[in-house]
Design a protein around this ligand. Structure first.
Ligand code: GUN
Length: 287
């Protein structure tokens, strides 16, 4: 292996320390304990694990956490009423609606996400926060792309003037990732399923971020020697093994630095979520 291994646990620990210090400082100054509510509808097994991890991390950091479990038969109006109730609560500063929703509610997903007050939108999915990011005001930023940026910064990887290529144009990762890199003066290209001659574009990247949800999609011949490769994918193979969107075994021989899966940027997502909860609490108590 020639690439530097960018291990998530090292950077996640640093981000959590910061969030913990900020939460303590807020409590000392104002008496406010940041409060995060996570709504989970139905019993998706992966979501149950994510939600349990978030709850545990909140406890470690001194953040109040409440998990609201709703049945898979919950109606649209019941879910909207639950969100509204949390919008009004003074002790809750962050609200996260765990995705995916059960099939019967999927069509209204955007309506639910936009019902969350932008002041409590710790996922950064509300159009107000998307708009803020697009004009360079980083406030509540989507957790996964912000985790990637913080990892690059903490690892000392220069972004200014770099050529960054993102594979994947989702609202949750690809698009906010582009805004974050642009704000740090990278030259950014977003590729997607209709991009022609994809490997010609990816080979120009100094920083290559892959978020498309296809196991081992990015292979060594698509990477410039020495590039920094960030793998946002998590895919389960038929043998139950977890792998990213990057073919780690071959790409690690070409790249200058690479994140593993599991154990890579995924670990930073929760740390950013908790930091967002503290940020929201700080702003709300000033009102
Ligand atoms: N499900 C998987 N990842 C996420 C996330 O980042 N936010 C929400 N709300 N649900 C998710």
């Amino acid at each position: 292996m020639t690439a530097r291994l960018l291990e998530g646990k090292v950077f996640a620990a640093q981000l959590k320390e910061q969030a913990k210090a900020d939460a303590l400082q807020l409590k000392a100054k104002t008496g406010v304990t940041p409060g995060l509510a996570v709504i989970i509808v139905g019993d998706n097994p992966a979501s149950q694990v994510y939600v349990a991890n978030k709850h545990k991390a909140c406890e470690e950091l001194g953040i109040y956490s409440e998990v609201i479990r709703m049945s898979e038969h919950t109606s649209k109006s019941q879910l909207l009423a639950q969100i509204e109730q949390l919008n009004l609560r003074k002790d809750i500063h962050g609200i996260l609606l765990q995705l995916p929703l059960p099939d019967a509610l999927k069509a209204d997903e955007a309506e639910f996400l936009y019902a969350i007050s932008p002041d409590k939108d710790v996922d950064g999915f509300h159009p107000v926060n998307v708009g803020r990011l697009s004009i360079g005001q980083e406030y509540l930023v989507p957790c996964t792309p912000y985790g990637c940026i913080r990892m690059l910064e903490l690892a000392g990887i220069p972004l200014e003037g770099s050529r960054a290529v993102i594979v994947g144009r989702s609202n949750i990762v690809g698009k906010p990732m582009a805004q974050l890199l642009l704000a740090r003066n990278a030259t950014v290209t977003i590729c997607h399923s209709r991009t022609k001659n994809l490997s010609e574009v990816t080979k120009e990247a100094d920083i290559l971020i892959v978020a498309i949800g296809k196991a081992k999609f990015l292979t060594a011949d698509m990477v410039k020697p020495g590039a920094v490769v960030i793998d946002v994918g998590i895919n389960r193979l038929p043998d139950r093994k977890l792998v990213g969107d990057v073919d780690f075994e071959t790409v690690k021989e070409v790249a200058g630095a690479i994140t593993p899966v599991p154990g890579g940027v995924g670990l930073l997502t929760i740390a950013v979520l908790l930091q967002n909860a503290v940020t929201a609490a700080r702003a709300l108590q000033k009102r």
